[in-house]
Write a protein that binds this ligand. Sequence first.
Ligand code: PGA
Length: 253
Amino acid sequence: MRKQIAAANWKMNLTAQQAENLMNELVALPHQLYEHQQAIFAVPFPYLQMIEQKLHGKQNVFVAAQNCYYKKNGAFTGEVSVEMLQSININHVIIGHSERREYFNETNEVLALKVNHCLENNVTPIFCCGEPLAVRESNTQESFVAKQLDESLFHLSAEQIIKVVIAYEPIWAIGTGKTATSEQAQDIHLFIRNHIAAKYSERIANEISILYGGSVKAANAKEIFSQPDVDGGLVGGAALNAQEFNTIINSLK
Ligand code: PGA
C-alpha cells in the first residue's frame, strides 16, 4: 500500500516556545502510525533541529523544511541548501507551495531545479500543485495542474518520480475555510494519477502518494482521506492545534 501521510505545514507561525509547547502537547496525545502511515512536520527553519530532536527515533515521524534553494552552496544570502538540511537529519522538504509561487515568484522551471537538487541528495520533495479560483471557475484545473507536473516533475526518471510526494492544494481552498468536496478532491487526484500513469506507468502512478491540502481539519479529514486516490493531507491552520492535528493523524487510512 502506498504511504498515507498527515503533513503539518506550520508556515511562518509560532515562536520557539509556542512551537515546543505545541509539539509537547501533540506527542502526549494518543495516536498510532501503522507501517504504511507517516506524520510529517514542516516547521520554520529555526526550529528544525529542536523539533527533530524532540521527535528523534519516533517511528514513521519526520520533520520537513518548507523550502530550500537549488544550489549546493555559495553566495546566496538568506538561502538554505539541501546539504544543510541533510546535515541536521532533515530528509523532507516542501517544494513549490502556492504561497512561494505567488509571493516569491517561484516558477515551474525553478521548482524543477529544486526537485532535482532534493532527489540528487536523497531528500524527499513534497511537491505542491493546484489551481487558483479563476481556473477552477473556468473548469480548466486539469490542464493547469498537468502543466505544473509536466514542467516541474516529468523530466524525472521513473526511479526518481516514485520518490516524490505530491500535494494537490487548490489555492481557493487554502486558509479560506472552503474545502474542496471529497468528490472534487478524488476527481483531480485520479486525474493526477492517470496523468502520471500515461507518462510513466500504472505501477509507478499507484506508488506515488498524493496528499490533499486546503482547509483540512479534524472534522473533514476522515471523509477526504477515505477517497481512494487521496493519500492523506497537507495541513496548515489545523496543524497549529495539537488536538486537531492529532485527530487528522488518526484519520489516515
Ligand atoms: P490550510 O493550508 O490547511 O490552512 O488551508 C494548507 C496549506 O497551505 O498547506
